[in-house]
Design a protein around this ligand. Structure first.
Ligand SMILES: [Zn+2]
Length: 58
């Protein structure tokens, strides 16, 4: 049986889904059109490097 995996949105390598990983739903909220959701899977280390310095909205 194959281990399920996805492609990391940052480095492009395989992310085994039975190990620690980060999922991201990037929702584009449009005022005059339908919202759009992009799903991403990231290694935790890739997510750390991408999200470093980001601020919470509130
Ligand atoms: Zn990665």
């Amino acid at each position: 049986m194959n281990t399920e995996s996805a492609t990391c949105g940052v480095c492009g390598r395989s992310v085994p889904l039975d190990q620690d990983h980060v999922t991201v739903d990037a929702e584009t909220v449009r005022v005059r059109d339908r919202d759009e959701v992009d799903d991403y899977v990231l290694h935790t280390r890739c997510a750390d490097s991408v999200f470093e310095g980001w601020r919470c909205p509130a």
